[in-house]
Structure formats: C-alpha cells, structure tokens
Design a protein around this ligand. Structure first.
Ligand SMILES: [Ca+2]
Ligand SMILES: [Ca+2]
Length: 310
C-alpha cells in the first residue's frame, strides 16, 4: 500500500517535471505550424488576387491587389474550433514600381544612391559604373567602374560576375557599395522585370532618379492620388497608356510646359511603362503567440521567382 502511494507520487512528479513541459512544447509547435499555414494561405490569396486581376493593358494602385482593404488581417478558418485562432496580414508591391539594376542606365542608378542613401556624388558614380561592369559581358572597366582586374586585387579576391544580378544582396560585392547604402536604397531597386518603371505605381524617389525634378515628381504623385490625396482610391488618376501620359498631364492644367517636356523626355528614353508583371508579397501568419512570415516574388503567370520564410 505504501509502495503504491510512493509510485503514484513519483508518477505525479514525473508528469509535472517531464510530461507537462512536453505538452506545452507541443502546444507551441502546434501554434507555429498553424501560423505557417496561415501565412501560406495569405500568400496564396495575394497571388490569386494578382493573377485573377483582369488584364486591362495597364496596372495601377487602383487595382484590387493594392486597393482592397479586405486584405488586411484576415482570420483563417471557419467554425468554433478555428475561430479567432489564427490570422494573417498581407501586403503586395509591384516590382515595376522600382528601378531594375539589370537594366537601368548608369545615371539613373547613380541618382538612386544619391537620393535614397545621401551617397556622395563620387561614391554614387563609382557604384553605378561598377553595377554596369558587374552585369555586362566584357572585362573592360568603365570610368569609375570595376571588372575582374579590380576584384582580383581584393582580399578575398573574386571574379566580376559579367552577368545579371539574381538578388539585390549581390550588390554588396560591387565596388563602392556598403551595407548602409544598400539598406537605404533597396526599397527602390529590383532585379525583376523588363526594366521599364510603371508611371502609375512608382514613388517620388524613383521618378526623380529617372530624371524628374523634385517638384515634378511631387506633382505627378499628387495628380495620381486625385482630390482625396490618397493612393489606391476611386478618384485616382490612372495612365492607361504611356504614349498618352503627357497629354493627360497637360489636360489637367497643373504642369508647366517645361515639366511636360521633362516627362516626355523620360518616356522617350524608354524607361517608363504603365504595366506591372512582377510582384513581391509579404504574408505574416499568427497563431497563439507564434508568428510566421513569408516574403515571395511571383509574376502574372503564377510563376514563383522567390520564396523565403523568416
Ligand atoms: Ca563586365
Ligand atoms: Ca485617390
């Protein structure tokens, strides 16, 4: 009898010290898995929203992938077991709102680093020329640029890639680039797309890097927002055709002839479009105290180009 009590007592201690933490761990693991599936559900929703968006020949922030507010903090699952249990929040941005480092001209690249990272003119020039050298096939350095001849002298040494950038992180291998400049500029840069920037979606910094004055960039974004001053709402002004953009701005009456010719020059250089084909989404799943985040890039044809969880 005494022995039985002793054994039961020992069992209770064992359950407390060993089994209970395991159960708790299992609960945390379960929450983590639920958060993962919530994040995946969010990502699928973002991709479906973009892929199903009817091809109108142009893309803008008025499109549902940007303007649909139902996209924020969506609870997952139905019924009492799942209600309020896990949720996700998502966002998406088109890559054509940014400058493509595989396609952009040298002066555009230089301007991005000056404007976004406050880089010295000479440093920005060095990085811009070295980006062109990094991606071009030849081994002849541009003025201020760098090819294998330069990188061979580094410690450790490495060859110049002489091919397109696969990820923005590769920029850290380019002459003159620093982590600080990359951090400050990366939101304006991309490695995806044909190279033309979408006039409907790009921000002021990108417009300025393409050659617009500070005032003109501000005015274009303000024009796009419409009277309510907000992007992604019904009264937004949308460019449905890049060749009609100057006429549309002119009709609004808010732009000087000098500003209109600035826009015309940027368009004539071939660096602007009204379309977006590549998108980067972010989905954060939550369950219990656990979170799970996914960043993913995909195109209109449902091709996943990058998928990363943190
Ligand atoms: Ca080269
Ligand atoms: Ca608006």
């Amino acid at each position: 009898m005494l022995w039985t009590l002793f054994i039961l007592g020992a069992l209770a201690i064992a359950i407390n010290s060993y089994v209970w933490p395991q159960l708790n761990f299992a609960g945390k693991f379960r929450d983590r898995v639920k958060a993962l599936y919530a994040a995946k559900a969010g990502a699928k929703l973002v991709i479906a929203q973009v892929v199903q968006d009817k091809d109108t020949g142009y893309d803008s922030l008025k499109d549902p992938w940007y303007s649909d507010e139902a996209f924020r903090d969506v609870p997952v699952g139905q019924g009492p077991a799942a209600a309020g249990d896990s949720s996700f929040s998502v966002s998406v941005k088109d890559e054509e709102s940014k400058i493509n480092i595989n396609k952009a001209k040298q002066d555009v690249l230089k301007q991005v680093f000056v404007l976004s990272a406050d880089a010295d003119e000479s440093v920005a020039k060095e990085i811009a020329a070295s980006i062109i050298d990094w991606r071009d096939a030849d081994d002849k350095p541009l003025e201020n640029g760098a090819e294998t001849g330069y990188y061979a002298g580094q410690d450790p040494s490495y060859p110049c890639k002489n091919a397109d950038f696969q990820v923005l992180g590769e920029l850290l291998q380019v002459r003159g680039m620093t982590q600080q400049i990359l951090d400050a500029s990366k939101d304006y840069l991309t490695v995806y797309g044909l190279g033309a920037v979408n006039l409907n979606t790009c921000g002021e910094t990108v417009l300025r890097a393409l050659g617009a004055s500070e005032e003109l960039a501000r005015k274009i974004v303000a024009y796009r927002k419409g009277l309510d001053g907000e992007e992604g709402t019904d009264d937004d002004m949308v460019f449905d055709n890049i060749s009609g953009a100057v006429a549309a701005l002119s009709k609004s009456g808010g732009f000087s002839s000098q500003e209109l010719s600035q826009v015309a020059a940027i368009i004539a250089s071939g660096s602007m479009t009204v379309r977006s084909d590549n998108f980067t989404g972010r989905s954060d799943g939550r369950s219990g105290g656990k979170t799970y985040g996914i960043t993913f890039t995909f195109n209109r044809n449902d091709v996943i180009k990058q998928w990363r969880s943190d």
